[in-house]
Design a protein. Structure first.
Length: 149
């Protein structure tokens, strides 16, 4: 799929808002019949534009209301060290997001926990034991102004 036309943009917008929408309802919302909408969705799936569907879970209802961003500075930034860090950080379920950063530190983690006590446990037992960590700095979020999911 080389380009995304306005119909596919509308389809994607609707699916992002509600991935459980029926093809009939999706077709009605984008102004096409069910068959061409189904074909377009299938093409976007096959091309890799749509990579999957997932449930969005209320982190508040799970009691995971505490968000902390953690800057990570590495002792080694050679590819093998980065690969080991990447693999290990993926195994920490409380790390909701992890980005390699160009700047004054190497990684930025978004860690979600129940409270400060829980976060300190995650930091001490999991994050600090990741390979090749030199130092961390933590920043507690006071309010989510814009947040996906």
């Amino acid at each position: 799929m080389d380009r995304i036309d306005s119909i596919n943009q509308k389809i994607l917008s609707e699916l992002l808002a509600n991935a459980r929408i029926s093809m009939s309802e999706l077709a009605a919302r984008v102004g096409l019949s069910k068959t061409p909408v189904t074909q377009r969705v299938r093409q976007m799936e096959e091309s890799g534009l749509i990579t999957g569907y997932r449930a969005t879970v209320s982190r508040v209802k799970l009691g995971l209301t505490h968000v902390t961003f953690v800057e990570v500075k590495m002792t080694d930034t050679r590819q093998t060290a980065l690969d080991r860090f990447n693999e290990a950080v993926r195994a920490i379920p409380e790390v909701e997001e992890c980005y390699m950063i160009a700047g004054g530190f190497d990684y930025l983690l978004k860690v979600r926990s129940r409270d400060m006590v829980h976060f300190r446990q995650i930091l001490a037992e999991r994050v600090s034991s990741l390979p090749f960590i030199h130092a961390t700095s933590s920043f507690v979020a006071m309010e989510a102004v814009v947040e996906q999911g």
